[in-house]
Write a protein that binds this ligand. Structure first.
Ligand code: ACM
Length: 724
């Protein structure tokens, strides 16, 4: 059931838009402020409310203890967004009314809100405390800072989320993520209305939460973990911001940390099959001891995390880790379990019962539901393909969609943005790709399972759609260290927030990229450190000479689909390495907004808008000149020297862009020689772009120098078309 828009039961504000509406016909179109996620409905009128001091906040029917703190945070953010000094002067009124949504109803009704800004001040009516937080997030985005002073745009916004579950997942195991870093992500989540932070807390490399019952667990791997007090603090911090923490302790597979510290409960795969078999240790499903261990351990963890949902993993258990053990075979025979999947389902039935006893609803990755025999109230997280969403909801499970949203694959925002959670045929390898891939090598044939292939499926019925709770964008951390988390998640996570919050029809990628730079800047003003981290990494790569490094970084991105994971690439060759995450590809933005802005300008220029020429030329001249400066700082620094061919190609493209503009403005074609030279560079970078365009195939392609993809190709191509 969709939440009813509040407008149907709230009085129209009396003060608003009369003057503005009358003027509307006479005045030019209103330049609406950038909102992300786009609200369900926004009406703009001419005029803006000066922010000339602190809000005078009044509350009606809002007893929630989170709200006074939310108002204080709003005030702090207003100072950061506007650059105003705190004077003690009273500014505009902010009248907040909470209309309690019915308890136990659709959770989206509590998040609904109506925000109006007019000459008399701001009013915010919300379905509940969460709706107040969502409305205040929108209010921050209405701030405009044009002189003579900061203002809020006049607006009436009626809004409610499309999906109740709008999540990010952070892997804290492959690289430990500090509490401060997690809090910064929660801060940013609140500002774009994301509401679930799923923390992946156990895996082969570590167990990240202090256990008092099994204290050896947190010594596994590098021994980094959060204390129980820290987890309680984090849960409270997130809760104040309308973000739920859902913990994941991955069983029975991804069990290395348990195997290292409590081996009596685990089995190892006798002969690891291939380089992808990081999946070779799992809990022993045949022993009662194992379930006692899980009852005590997960019960302890359940006490730390108040959310009703508790994630038990369930992904990627290799067949051999169980089936190669004679006692497991004997157990299956005795219990009448015909397959590893049946044994797995039996395991998860027991885990779900244990967690029910501890008051939790279980979530598991899609493998948990393959046999259709786990309880229907288990929530399934679809990840390998969009088909998995259809399989799970058709088996009656509520489902969270992550297929298509893996931010660690380092795809641009538009790639993830294109997938609708309800499109069950969208994400995954195509059948044609599967056929081609399986012919490439025996290893590809082994790893390219049917579960990775998305076949065209009929659309979901409305009842099936109602089982889709929403979406979640995971950030696995094999190649993401703590300092990289902000830039690995943002601003792409804001695009995900829009996908999960806004109406389905909001899906124009050009408009997404038009708005993202503003959203990125607003998040930075409010504390996000994606840009700072990049500058810090550039400073480490070239102390005293970081500037040309930063200029280059703005125009490139890392190779995608795990092509930059050198540990996996080495394992495929039978080697083991440690990958330091100190290269240019680690520092580069995942999605170059500078290149996107350049592309938009170049396309406008090619379409005849010569007003773009000055800005285009200024950029191209800087980029052309950067190569000599980059060469100077790269000398003797191998991490930078690796990128010399990339820097040279950027300069060559910049030169080609300038030549194309010269030709276009002289009304002449580009010389054949110049065109041929430009096409050669464009072809080279297109080949490098293609080499990591698809999962698995990315391990076989020839990757670019320094794992860097040049992103200004489409813009330069647009300029070449202008000079025909
Ligand atoms: C997963 O990515 N293994 C859920």
């Amino acid at each position: 059931m969709r939440p009813r828009p509040l407008s149907s039961r709230s009085p129209r504000p009396m003060f608003l838009p009369l003057a503005g509406m009358l003027a509307l016909t006479a005045l030019p179109a209103i330049a609406a402020p950038v909102l992300m996620p786009q609200p369900r409905q926004a009406t703009w009128s001419h005029g803006a409310l000066p922010i000339d001091g602190a809000f005078a906040v009044t509350w009606k029917d809002c007893a929630d203890p989170r709200l006074p703190a939310a108002a204080r945070r709003l005030q702090d953010d207003m100072l950061r967004l506007t650059g105003m000094a705190l004077t003690g002067r009273q500014g505009p009124s902010l009248a907040v009314t909470c209309r309690l949504a019915p308890k136990g109803g659709d959770p989206r009704a509590e998040e609904a809100y109506r925000l109006t800004v007019g000459a008399d001040g701001v009013t915010l009516e919300a379905g509940g405390a969460l709706g107040v937080l969502r409305g205040l997030a929108t209010l921050r985005q209405l701030v405009e800072t044009a002189p003579p002073g900061a203002t809020l745009a006049y607006a009436t916004i009626d809004d409610a989320p499309r999906f109740a579950w709008r999540g990010l997942m952070i892997d804290t195991v492959r690289h430990f993520v500090s509490l401060d870093t997690i809090k910064r992500q929660i801060d940013a989540m609140e500002r774009v209305k994301l509401n679930v932070l799923h923390l992946h807390l156990s895996d082969n490399e570590g167990f990240r939460v202090e256990s008092r019952r099994y204290p050896k667990l947190q010594t596994a791997g590098n021994g980094q973990f959060y204390t129980q007090d820290q987890m309680r603090e984090l849960v409270a911090y997130a809760g104040e911001r309308g973000v739920r923490i859902v913990p994941e302790f991955d069983v029975p597979g991804h069990g290395g940390a348990i195997a290292e510290t409590y081996p009596q409960f685990t089995l190892a795969q006798p002969k690891p099959a291939n380089a992808f078999a990081a999946l070779d240790r799992a809990l022993d499903p045949t022993r009662e001891d194992t379930y006692r261990f899980l009852d005590r351990l997960l019960g302890e963890m359940a006490g730390l995390f108040p959310d009703a949902y508790f994630h038990v993993g369930g992904d990627e258990v290799s067949d051999a880790v169980w089936l190669d053990h004679p006692h497991v075979q004997a157990f299956m025979k005795a219990e009448g379990l015909a397959s590893k999947q049946a044994l797995e389902a039996r395991f998860h039935q027991r885990v779900a019962a244990i967690m029910r006893k501890h008051g939790k609803t279980v979530i598991g990755w899609e493998e948990i539901a393959v046999t259709g025999t786990v309880p229907k109230n288990v929530v399934v997280q679809a990840w390998q393909t969009s088909n998995a969403t259809a399989h799970a909801v058709r088996a009656g499970h509520r489902t969270i969609v992550s297929a298509g949203y893996y931010l660690d694959l380092l795809e641009p925002a538009a790639f993830h943005y294109q997938y609708d959670p309800l499109d069950t045929s969208a994400a995954g390898l195509t059948p044609a790709e599967a056929e081609k891939g399986r012919k490439l090598s025996p290893l590809m044939a082994a790893v390219l399972t049917d579960a990775l292939v998305a076949k065209p499926l009929p659309p979901l019925t409305p009842d099936e759609e109602a089982l889709v709770l929403g979406g979640e964008a995971p950030l696995w951390a094999e190649t993401i260290s703590d300092e990289m988390v902000d830039k690995a998640l943002w601003p792409r996570a804001a695009a995900m927030a829009e996908r999960f919050w806004s109406p389905r029809e909001v899906r124009d990628a050009d408009d997404l990229y038009r708005r993202l730079p503003t959203v990125q800047d607003q998040l930075r003003l409010q504390g996000l450190q994606d840009g700072d981290a990049q500058a810090r990494m550039a400073a480490r790569l070239a102390p005293g000479g970081a500037e040309p490094v930063m200029t280059l970084l703005h125009l490139v991105g890392p190779t995608r689909n795990m092509a930059h994971n050198h540990r996996i690439l080495a394992a495929l060759r039978g080697q083991k390495i440690v990958q330091e995450l100190n290269a240019l590809a680690d520092a580069a933005p995942v999605d170059s907004l500078v290149a996107r802005q350049f592309e938009a300008r170049a396309k406008a220029y090619a379409a005849g808008d010569r007003g773009q020429a000055a800005a285009l030329r200024a950029d191209l001249e800087t980029w052309r000149a950067n190569d000599a400066r980059f060469q100077a700082v790269a000398k003797g620094r191998s991490a930078l020297e690796a990128a010399l061919p990339i820097s040279a190609d950027v300069a060559a493209l910049a030169k080609a862009g300038l030549q194309a503009m010269d030709a276009a403005e002289a009304g002449k074609p580009l010389s054949q020689e110049d065109r041929t030279a430009a096409e050669a560079v464009l072809a080279r970078i297109a080949a490098f772009e293609a080499a990591s365009a698809r999962p698995l195939f990315s391990f076989l392609g020839k990757q670019p120098p320094a794992d860097l993809i040049i992103k200004i190709g489409p813009g330069v191509r647009a300029l070449l078309t202008a000079a025909r």
